[in-house]
Design a protein around this ligand. Structure first.
Ligand code: GLA
Length: 707
């Protein structure tokens, strides 16, 4: 054991931190039990293997001064950890963890499997992935491995186990990130054979598979499992969907292979996660998240500026993977290096983006990366210090954030997001639409966001969850583009409506079954009876079509479904105007009350004004109340609820200063004092806390605020 280092030997950085009141954990020896980490963590990706050890403390001191309390380390350092097969060197990593701990900084360890060493792929070339044209990947970029290869898994498990044995009980290690951004599939013959076995396990017999995929079409009939190809973009829809499900299961088992040894050798308090990628749809994230303790994602804007609706929805999507708070494991310090134009976020935007993340349930915001490697593929990416090792202009903004996270941590501790409204999201449906868009501009994520934006603005809190999730807590459940509807999801939705919920189906809903076959009944298939109506025909639109009714007068674009009502209780909400003749005067949206519940179908992609009115109607009919109250356009409200009160995070994304009058006196967590109103500059943030220390949950919080 090292002896406890006295404060005076820790240099200027420690003294500065002490003056900031952040010193308590730093006087502790790094290998003694660590104090509990703060509720909201500021972090950064740090690559000690790229630097001489003599530089480490200078970087860590600058991190400490910025209020960074977590470094993620190790995820690309395999060749340093295992320079030759079976020869492990983790001493340097131990020293890096200790060095960070001496600065009061916790570590998240990444397993290094996205970047295998050259000796590994040279000796075992079968561990390299194969692209669609049959070419093997080569060393020199990352993600060259084959995710299904048993030898690769054996070696990956061995290095993960070495790390877990060494650091699994380290008090300064908070948890594990397995690999990094799962992405690349492999199309090699051995993986294809695994896919065929997977199909055999799922379908049992070829007769069953042939029937469910309708392989009589184009003489696609399979007589032997070995005849089934891998198809990814154009192919039998049943085969396409099965391949993506196989890929999802393969990533899950790839992850489980490491997860098992991490869990077996770690203190159970250490979380296991991986860093996902927002809207990325390479695999089903619900499948892969099942075995994780925590969901995390890498939040990059790329070109342009933060779109609070699309980005907020991606936060809510990630929160929905485990249905609890999540981490932003990576985000851009200003700019990226991979967009067409790598513009910087504006001054203040990085801080606003971080608070926006916390508002949506992030408990950590971590910047990628601290400092650029002197060479390597990402030299131009945004960092917090320059190549010279001194702060870049953004450092001060992140330092402010560090101080604010420390200040707001106690108020936010134990708080989480709860909503009265849920949007249903399904990878099966997104894939099915992507493979057959039918209108080239039909983007299923844009469709989801078109519903999300006005619904989030009204409700001020919204969950995004899969269609088989429990729904009874929601007053309103909206399913934009739930194209593939499994029998289990159909039962869940019918039960929800029968129990008094309001289900809104968006255009293209319930067209396909679980095999990506057409439903034998017209849309919305198994839900048509409940709806008392159906889709007579769908039309891809070149020109916008006028619509009018309960949602006002507006336009439908891209997509229009001609609806019909066949029950006297089914009400027509919107009607098409003059168009292609078929649609003229026909229903565009219908609704039917079912006991205390309700089911609605919207068949057209409405313009923004129409969507806003539709959202108003849906929330009014369902009794959804805003979580906070009226705010000026462009100001986002994010509530987090805890047993001792509610914290509201307000962020001004509008182009002008805004004054927000509060529904009741709230305590200003960052500035102090009770406030009746707050004035926020552009990108300004307020963190406000209810004064009462009573438990607050949706449905009761508005009473607490007196409205
Ligand atoms: C991803 C990766 C990082 C880095 C960043 C750059 O998120 O996980 O290693 O390449 O992109 O934006």
């Amino acid at each position: 054991m090292r002896s406890v280092q006295p404060l005076r030997r820790r240099g200027l950085g420690a003294v500065v931190a002490a003056m900031l009141g952040l010193m308590a954990p730093f006087v502790m020896e790094s290998q003694t039990p660590a104090p509990p980490p703060p509720a909201i963590l500021l972090g950064t990706a740090w690559y000690p293997e790229q630097w001489p050890e003599s530089r480490w403390d200078a970087d860590l001191a600058l991190m400490q001064q910025a209020g960074v309390r977590m470094v993620r380390v190790g995820e690309f350092a395999w060749s340093r950890m295992e320079p030759a097969e079976g020869r492990y060197d983790l001493d340097w990593l131990d020293r890096a963890i200790r060095a960070a701990a001496r600065r009061g900084i916790y570590t998240v360890l990444g397993t290094p499997t996205p970047a295998p060493p050259a000796w590994l792929t040279q000796k075992y070339p079968e561990t390299l992935r194969m692209d669609k044209d049959g070419r093997l990947a080569e060393h020199g970029n990352r993600q060259q491995f084959n995710f299904a290869n048993p030898k690769y898994r054996e070696l990956a498990r061995a290095i993960a186990e070495q790390m877990a044995r060494r650091f699994g009980r380290d008090p300064w290690v908070l948890g594990w990130q397995i690999d990094n951004e799962y992405d690349e599939e492999s199309y090699d013959p051995a993986t294809k054979a695994q896919f065929q076995q997977w199909l055999k396990a799922r379908y049992g017999t070829l007769d069953n598979l042939n029937a469910r995929w309708t392989t009589a079409y184009w003489s696609e009939t399979f007589f032997d499992w070995s005849q089934i190809p891998i198809q990814t973009g154009y192919g039998n829809p049943g085969l396409l969907l099965s391949w993506k499900r196989f890929v999802s299961d393969t990533w899950r088992s790839y992850q489980k292979n490491q997860l098992e040894v991490l869990r077996a050798n770690s203190d159970p308090k250490k979380f296991i996660t991986t860093n996902m990628m927002g809207w990325f749809d390479g695999y089903d994230h619900y499948t892969v998240s099942q075995d994780l303790d925590l969901a995390a994602w890498d939040d990059y804007v790329g070109q342009g500026h933060l779109d609070p609706a699309r980005n907020g929805a991606a936060h809510d999507l990630t929160r929905g993977f485990k249905r609890k708070n999540f981490w932003v494991m990576e985000t851009q310090p200003g700019s990226v290096n991979w967009a067409s134009i790598n513009n910087s976020l504006n001054k203040g935007e990085v801080r606003a983006m971080a608070w926006h993340a916390v508002g949506h349930g992030a408990d950590t915001v971590s910047y990628w990366q601290w400092r650029s490697a002197m060479n390597g593929q990402e030299q131009y990416h945004g960092t917090l210090v320059g190549a010279d090792g001194t702060p870049v202009p953004l450092y001060a903004e992140v330092q402010q954030l560090g101080a604010e996270f420390a200040k707001a941590g106690p108020a936010l501790a134990g708080t989480s997001v709860h909503s009265e409204v849920a949007i249903l999201h399904s990878y099966d449906s997104r894939w099915a639409i992507e493979w057959q868009r039918h209108n080239g501009e039909y983007n299923p994520v844009a469709e989801l966001v078109s519903y999300y934006k006005p619904l989030r603005a009204i409700s001020q809190s919204l969950d995004i969850i899969p269609p088989t999730a429990p729904l009874s807590q929601y007053k309103l459940v909206v399913a934009p583009g739930l194209n593939v509807l499994s029998d289990a999801a159909a039962r869940n939705l019918i039960e929800y409506v029968r129990q008094g919920g309001h289900l809104v189906l968006g255009q293209r809903s319930a067209m396909k079954d679980d095999d990506n076959s057409l439903q034998p009944a017209r849309q919305p298939g198994p839900l048509a009876e409940l709806l008392g109506g159906r889709v007579e025909q769908y039309y891809a639109l070149v020109d916008a079509v006028p619509v009018e009714g309960k949602f006002g007068a507006g336009q439908a674009r891209l997509w229009a479904e001609l609806l019909s009502a066949n029950d006297s209780k089914t009400e027509v909400l919107e009607t098409y105007g003059a168009s292609n003749g078929w649609l003229d005067g026909q229903p565009a949206a219908i609704t039917r009350q079912v006991g205390k519940g309700r089911i609605t179908y919207i068949g057209a992609w409405l313009d923004d004004a129409g969507m806003a009115n539709a959202a108003k109607w849906m929330t009014d009919v369902s009794g959804v109340k805003p979580a906070f109250g009226t705010v000026p356009d462009g100001v986002e409200v994010d509530p987090r609820y805890g047993d001792h009160g509610t914290v509201f995070i307000l962020v001004n994304f509008s182009k002008a200063e805004q004054t927000i009058s509060l529904p009741s006196a709230l305590e200003d967590v960052l500035e102090g004092g009770a406030k009746q109103s707050v004035t926020l500059p552009v990108y300004g943030v307020a963190v406000l806390q209810t004064p009462r220390r009573a438990a607050v949950h949706p449905g009761t919080h508005s009473l607490l605020l007196g409205h």
